[in-house]
Design a protein around this ligand. Structure first.
Ligand SMILES: Cc1cc2nc3c(=O)[nH]c(=O)nc-3n(C[C@H](O)[C@H](O)[C@H](O)COP(=O)(O)OP(=O)(O)OC[C@H]3O[C@@H](n4cnc5c(N)ncnc54)[C@H](O)[C@@H]3O)c2cc1C
Length: 406
């Protein structure tokens, strides 16, 4: 068994596993360390949620060769309808206007996981340690020593020229590297559920800003919709405790009758919402990615999409090494400088959206309606917004342009 690697990826969630696959054509020895077996019910990344994958992310996944294995479960979003409960403004974004077949796709997280994990065993440059947990780490001048605790309790030591910390918002790897993070508790909880409405969604996604928080209703398959309903934390428990009929009535009050009556509700799950931002994303021979770097409010469906662009950029920097040590500060700075602008924009936009739509101040309320109305009337503003939502703004990595790494 190989014990020395160019890259050790700690965390095989949606972002870590995507990076492992993205690196597959490169002449690098890669290890992937994941605490859970991919088919474990406790796996936190590939759970009951669905992810809205932007057009740009679809291009990345397609170029990586994994889109084909999730496509059958992906529901295209051809229009987005944005509204606010009790206010007149409405905004619409249409895929045809943007010149793309779909603005994005709704894919169950389990399908994303299946497609990624299907690729990994056959990848010749990859060794998976799974289930195995990183328990300690000692950075050195030429390599980082990592101790991995396996399922049988045995500890295995491996070396890495570069460690990628992609072990989630509460990243232990980030902590071990001495990187602090800023945590903002939104005091909100996202309730997730699939519902079947009376009328077909016809590919339309709805983003509705309600008094209790933003509500996204996304197309899922022919008939169902995936609901992400953000509510104030103090209401979450009582909403989670409602029987299905009362839950559907409550949801209907907030969503309205755009899709007729809401008929059937699936199982519900809930996620307390925090913004977590690592104060740095680089340390000695280490880079922080995914939720470990920036854990976002799901209001704009940007968390995974942003991270996938980070993955594509890091993989491209790794593709340019030509024998150079991947853990040198110069290589890592190259990545960080490239990604800083996109990250700042998406973090600012997402946080701004939460703040804008949770303010009860009258001038802010007025500005919101005016904003939604003018947004729909001004094609330039809309195009810019759509480009960001679709993941097509700024300097795009090769994978996001449909160009393979090698
Ligand atoms: C309700 C909700 C809806 C969302 N909707 C969208 C959306 O529509 N579009 C979008 O782009 N984003 C969305 N997101 C964000 C998206 O889910 C995240 O960006 C994404 O899951 C981050 O993946 P990750 O791999 O960074 O972290 P995680 O999913 O947290 O995975 C971390 C992995 O690390 C492993 N791990 C942890 N500790 C260790 C250790 N010590 N050793 C080894 N392994 C370890 C864990 O087992 C896990 O597999 C949503 C988020 C929420 C909460």
């Amino acid at each position: 068994m190989d014990r020395d690697f160019d890259l050790v990826i700690v965390g095989g969630g949606m972002v870590g596993a995507s990076l492992a696959v993205a690196l597959s054509p490169l002449p690098l020895r890669v290890a992937l360390v994941e605490a859970f077996a991919p088919d474990s019910d406790a796996q936190p990344s590939y759970d009951d949620r669905c992810t809205a994958i932007s057009h740009g992310s679809q291009v990345i996944l397609n170029t990586m060769g994994v889109w084909q294995d999730m496509e059958a479960d992906a529901s295209p979003i051809t229009r987005i309808h944005v509204s606010e409960q009790g206010r007149p403004g409405i905004a619409r974004i249409d895929a045809r206007e943007q010149g793309v077949p779909a603005l994005g796709y709704v894919v169950p997280n389990r399908s994303v996981g299946k497609a990624l994990w299907k690729r990994l065993p056959a990848q010749s440059n990859l060794q998976s340690f799974m289930p195995a947990k990183l328990v300690s780490m000692q950075p050195g001048e030429n390599a980082v020593e990592l101790d991995l605790e396996q399922a049988d309790g045995q500890v295995l030591s491996v070396g890495a020229r570069l460690v990628v910390a992609v072990d989630g918002a509460r990243s232990i790897t980030r902590e071990m590297a001495g990187i602090d993070s800023d945590v903002l508790d939104y005091q909100q909880t996202a309730i997730i559920c699939n519902v079947t409405p009376e009328q077909g969604h016809q590919g339309q996604a709805y983003e509705r800003f309600t008094q209790s928080g933003p509500l996204a209703v996304l197309p899922l398959g022919e008939k169902r919709c995936s609901v992400v309903w953000t509510v104030k934390r103090e209401l979450a428990e009582s909403i989670m405790g409602l029987d299905d009929e009362s839950f559907l009535l409550r949801l209907q009050e907030h969503f309205g009758y755009r899709l007729g009556r809401l008929l059937v509700a699936g199982e519900r799950s809930s996620y307390p919402l925090y913004r977590v931002k690592a104060r740095q994303q680089l340390a000695q021979r280490l880079v922080v990615l995914g939720n470990a770097a920036h854990n976002l409010h799901p209001v704009a469906g940007q968390g995974f999409n942003l991270s996938l662009r980070d993955v594509a950029a890091l993989a491209e920097v790794m593709a340019s090494l030509e024998g150079v040590d991947p853990g040198t500060p110069a290589m890592l700075e190259q990545y960080m400088q490239w990604r800083r602008e996109d990250q700042d924009k998406v973090l600012g936009f997402t946080h701004g959206l939460v703040r804008l739509f949770t303010s009860s101040l009258a001038p802010v309320k007025l500005a919101r309606s005016a904003g939604l109305l003018s947004f729909d009337l001004v094609p330039g503003a809309k195009k810019l917004f759509a480009r960001h939502t679709m993941g097509r703004a700024g300097r795009l990595p090769r994978l996001a342009r449909g160009v393979p790494l090698l």
